[in-house]
Design a protein around this ligand. Structure first.
Ligand SMILES: [Ca+2]
Ligand SMILES: [Ca+2]
Ligand SMILES: [Ca+2]
Length: 261
């Protein structure tokens, strides 16, 4: 009977441990930092017509769990009807409330479109972010406007430098709107259904605020809405974690060499 010196079960086990260690270190953990299940904070603020809702609005369920945030461009004009909690505010006012550099909300508008009114949410991310981290989220844009380019946006703000990155999430006329979002009341005529954004990749380490909004353009009529859920941070592995995993792998290799000697 031949002794299997180089491929004992123990050797295989230790090699598997080393590979597992490297795999764990290189797998980016995704953490949901806001799921709207118990609130909108801490450090979360809504402006305009906005509310956390915990039962499906017009038959539209949350992306996950039962809580989601709803923002609308419903204001005081008759065509909008009543909103979820209050009235949309002017785009200028919303920009100020969100703490964004002057003109940011307007800069998110489709080319040539004048931002009129809307609502928003700002959320300060709970931990500082590293280069390569990704901030993502899930959203559903709904609209009753088939005439104007109402839009929704997300803005990432570096709270130290005030540098912003803008993502326009939807445009009521040009974004594919495959459904009515399950709207049981015909409040909205079309929606994107829930999508998950590829989000923002951090280029400068620091502290960040993420803001969202939905805006009427041209006039204040025929509202649109943004449903929001699961703001997520996916972290790159810490260099120290990688170093530890590397040391662990070296340790196992040394152990194997000693066993074979
Ligand atoms: Ca949720
Ligand atoms: Ca409106
Ligand atoms: Ca509109």
């Amino acid at each position: 009977m031949t002794k299997m010196r180089n491929h004992s079960p123990q050797t295989g086990f230790h090699l598997a441990l080393a590979i597992l260690g490297l795999t764990l270190a290189s797998t980016a953990p995704a953490v949901v930092v806001q799921d709207f299940e118990t609130g909108i904070g801490p450090n979360g603020f809504i402006f305009g017509d906005a509310a956390r809702i915990t039962s499906p609005y017009a038959g539209i369920a949350a992306f996950a769990g039962s809580g989601q945030l709803m923002l609308t461009s419903f204001g005081s004009n008759a065509s909008d009807g009543g909103g979820v909690n209050g009235n949309a505010v002017t785009a200028v006012s919303l920009n100020t409330s969100l703490g964004l550099p002057v003109g940011t909300v307007q800069a998110a508008a489709p080319a040539g479109q004048v931002a009129i009114e809307g609502s928003g949410y700002s959320f300060t991310l709970p931990t500082s972010l590293n280069v390569g981290d990704v901030v993502s989220f899930s959203y559903n844009f709904l609209t009753a406007d088939g005439l104007h380019q109402d839009y929704a946006f997300a803005v990432l703000l570096n709270t130290a430098t005030q540098a912003t990155t803008i993502i326009r999430l939807a445009n009521a006329l040009t974004t594919p709107l495959p459904g009515n979002g399950g709207d049981a009341t015909s409040r909205f005529s079309a929606s994107t259904n829930y999508l998950t954004s590829s989000g923002f990749t951090i280029g400068t380490a620091g502290n960040y605020q993420i803001s969202f909004g939905v805006i009427d353009v041209v006039n204040n009529q025929l509202g649109s809405a943004l449903l929001l859920d699961n703001i997520t941070v996916t972290s790159v592995p810490e260099p120290s974690t990688l170093a530890l995993a590397g040391l662990g792998a070296l340790g196992v290799a040394g152990f194997l060499r000693r066993r074979k000697a």
